[in-house]
Design a protein around this ligand. Structure first.
Ligand SMILES: NC(=O)c1ccc[n+]([C@@H]2O[C@H](COP(=O)([O-])OP(=O)(O)OC[C@H]3O[C@@H](n4cnc5c(N)ncnc54)[C@H](O)[C@@H]3O)[C@@H](O)[C@H]2O)c1
Length: 271
């Protein structure tokens, strides 16, 4: 490996099980020499296998519901203490729609569900950054990354209200990124990742069709969770210090395609 994160301290949200994108980021960050704290919602501690990851990477786990300012403050304070200094990188890898879970159609949302999903998937990013910013807990030239999906820009009917949540999340990255850059020289970006078979990904209706279609459309094929982790590491490293306020597509080229020959073939009648 390259020692890209040697001496850096981080907080990684969202590792549920070994399929999680955050799980791969944690493994790669460990390989690159970083020390970090792992965190997830208290309920995920029971459902997932995060302790296995903690053991593997020599990390501590601090539960935090990312919608609770109190939990986040506790997480940030303890992380600075455990890691012995300010934080250099943060991964926000959190998403959940109650409407999707309960099978509510986009046109027929239950708005309590909508509000909850928005809080978990989008506002939590603002809350995390707000606590870090006000506590002056980020080191200079630090890097904050959140994961997103292209349904923020284009229509994917079954992505439901998560599309709106992702649009909001990407906007927060720009708006907060301005203040974080100006005041603390911290960069804030979102990575727009290919469909990936994880718990959150597979919760989307028609996921199999979706992932196969993207694979056929993308000149380089879909990006895997491990490839996403590698890209994330590059954004945490000192090699990307002036990249900020960006939504960065990590999707094998999918986002700039109109149609591919592989997809066209499927619709072309034989002569
Ligand atoms: N899988 C995909 O196809 C795909 C594509 C693009 C972007 N993303 C994004 O990547 C991120 C990670 O998802 P994943 O695919 O690795 O799935 P995942 O299910 O492994 O991760 C989602 C995580 O969110 C956590 N979470 C939910 N509610 C929370 C709360 N209140 N507080 C703290 N954590 C909470 C879950 O416990 C889980 O660890 C999400 O933002 C997702 O939208 C996923």
């Amino acid at each position: 490996m390259y020692n890209l994160l040697k001496g850096k301290r981080g907080i990684i949200f969202g590792a549920l099980d070994s399929n999680s994108i955050a799980w791969k980021v944690a493994e790669r960050a460990h390989e690159e020499g970083a020390e970090f704290v792992l965190t997830n919602a208290p309920i995920a501690m029971r459902m997932g296998t995060i302790n296995e990851l903690a053991e593997k990477t020599g990390s501590q786990v601090i539960p935090a519901d990312a919608t609770s300012l109190e939990d986040i403050q506790n997480l940030v304070d303890k992380s600075v203490e455990i890691l012995g200094g300010k934080i250099d990188f943060v991964l926000h890898s959190i998403g959940m729609s109650v409407n999707v879970r309960k099978g509510r159609h986009y046109t027929d949302q239950k708005y309590d569900f909508t509000t909850k999903g928005w809080d978990v998937s989008a506002v939590s990013f603002h809350k995390v950054m707000s606590v870090l910013y006000k506590s002056n807990a980020m080191g200079e030239w630090g890097s904050i990354v959140a994961l997103t999906y292209m349904a923020a820009q284009r229509v994917f009917p079954d992505y439901n209200d998560m599309a709106d949540n992702k649009a909001y999340l990407e906007s927060i990255a720009r708006s907060f990124g301005y203040f974080f850059g100006r005041d603390h020289k911290v960069r804030v970006n979102t990575i727009s990742q290919s469909p990936t078979p994880t718990t959150a990904g597979q919760g989307v209706k028609g996921f199999d069709g979706f992932i196969n279609y993207a694979e056929k459309m993308s000149p380089l094929g879909n990006a895997t969770a491990l490839e996403c982790a590698n890209y994330t590491i590059s954004l945490f490293s000192d090699l990307t210090r002036k990249v900020t306020l960006q939504n960065l597509f990590h999707d094998g080229g999918f986002s700039n395609m109109g149609v591919s020959e592989a997809v066209m073939e499927y619709f072309t009648e034989e002569e």
